[in-house]
Design a protein around this ligand. Sequence first.
Ligand SMILES: [Zn+2]
Length: 220
Amino acid sequence: MSQQSKIVILFGRSGCGKGTQAKLLIKEFGFEYLGSGDLLRGRNTQDDFTGKKLKKVMEEGRLVPSPVMFKIWTEKVEEMKDKIDKKGIIFDGSPRTLLEAELINDVFKWYEWDNVKVVLLDISEKEAFDRLTKRRICKKCGKLIPWVGDFRGMKVCNDCGGELITREDDQPKAIRERLDFFNKDVQPAIEYYEKQERLIRVDGDKSIEDVYYDIKKEIQ
Ligand SMILES: [Zn+2]
């Protein structure tokens, strides 16, 4: 494999801005991207047992168990191996647990990928909760206005002047559950990388530009 290709694992609570940062990194460095959400949404259209069951489990908002998640994930990784070797990749949404972190570690060894950067976009639970419950959407054009930086003071859409309203799926109860999951299941995976002194912690409270700058500095 080329020594240059990087494997980047992005961690962080919902609302930390992972998706935005992944997009910026891809744009500048040409990384491949593998997000667990997209992966599952792609797999659940297949007409086999797992496809149909996935559809049901996801509709009910339940978690896909690790062995199933991992099977789908490794199939995709195998399929993308050449591209990953060439361009590097960003993993978003995996690993979700300590078990998955340990397994993914072995997968990376198997594929001889040793340039692995584990980045945590660190925001507090309160900040995550605020961002997810207070972000708004433009009633007129549908633009999503994040609850971060200068956007907080925005009164009307800066594209079309439309009214800003709260999204229906940003309900406190569902958000609470996502944040609890992070504390209970994802946190041990993060501690695993921390113990190995591989965890890169980036302050996610900063502006999008500053967070991006910090990530770039750390992974280059
Ligand atoms: Zn608008």
